[in-house]
Design a protein around this ligand. Sequence first.
Ligand SMILES: [Zn+2]
Length: 436
Amino acid sequence: MSNKKIQIAISFFLLLLCSLPLIAANNTISGFRVWDSPEGSRLIIDLASKPKFEVFRLDNPERIVIDIQQTRLKGKVPRVKRNHSLLKKVRSAPRKNRSRRIVLDTKGKINYRSYELLPNREYGHRLVIELNSTEPVVAIAPPAPKPNKALRDIIIAIDAGHGGEDPGASGRNGTREKHVVLHIAKKLKKVIDEQNGFRAVLVRKGDYYLSLRKRMEIARENSADMFISVHADAYKNPRVKGSSVFVLSERGASDEAAKWIADQENSADLVGGVSLDDKDKTLAMVLLDLSQTATTDASVRVADNVLSEIGKIGPVHNDTVQHARFVVLKSPDIPSLLVETAFISNPREERRLNDQRYQLKLANAMLRGVKRYFKKNPPPNTLLAQAENTQTLLVEQGDTLSQIARSLKVSIATLKSYNQMQSENIRAGQVLNIPF
Ligand SMILES: [Zn+2]
């Protein structure tokens, strides 16, 4: 061989040597998880390292294809339940260059979004495929119009934090924040629904993740008068204990905060991938979407009431309402607060969080706080606002509703609405609410 040829051969050999690690370096898919929610589904692919991937849609038949480079599959692709709303089947096959193809056979054309999540305390590298039906999902029906009822209930949106892929904090004995807060939220809904003039809406109803924006949307679609996000705190020191209540701070704006918020705008939906390790950021992100300057006052007042009631049943971590550090950019319109019910990292409080009776105690404390606030500040056109301006009248033998209306100089409709009556029937001994 000539010198030139030897040189070329060596270069070629070096090149081959350099590219060897590339060919040999294999990523591994170690598992799949599918989370279904009323909003759609998420397929989570667990990987040994950061994936190089591509996701695209093909039709005839409709399918979503995920190609991950240099990856082998350990185990099996998930089996899809037969009546799944979006998916027919998940398949997988090796491709050239050791890449791995995963195919989601879908029921019709489906919207998708894909992104990576970095490792956190719970999971390693993940690839997330979000699937939504292209048809508008009527998952959360707006409150049904109530005929014959001019006055409305006060609506409280209850948001159980985290869910699905985002477990929130964990206790030493394995309690997951996402589970206990859902139990507490459900109890809170129950006790609120038992109150005259109040109705509660659960933002999250099961074990699935909802983006922060989606949580707020659900509250708005339901015309909520207030939003309570229920969480459980965690800290390194297991002795730290007590409840806290947060609202959004108007102060504390800084360049750093502004930058952080801007960064979060695009990643706010990343299932806690950014936020799980940073409590402050989690809080800020929730509150960010929930409050605006105009409603901060209301938030603080209701938060004060809730905190004072919670303080009666257990220790408080901070005995004043806490203000999260970040400023609001968007402008939702619902007074909002975030309750850290207890420290899940404190074994004693972890036990309490799992205790049904304590969950109910917490729910009742929150209810009392909320009620006390609304009694003092009833929104217009609500039954409560009316109740605060109501006198009563005892119906006597022979009275008719039209007679009473005439004598009070109000309409029959008003009387019916004050008393939530469907008909004009009244009977002696009955107590009627009347305006004054
Ligand atoms: Zn939380």
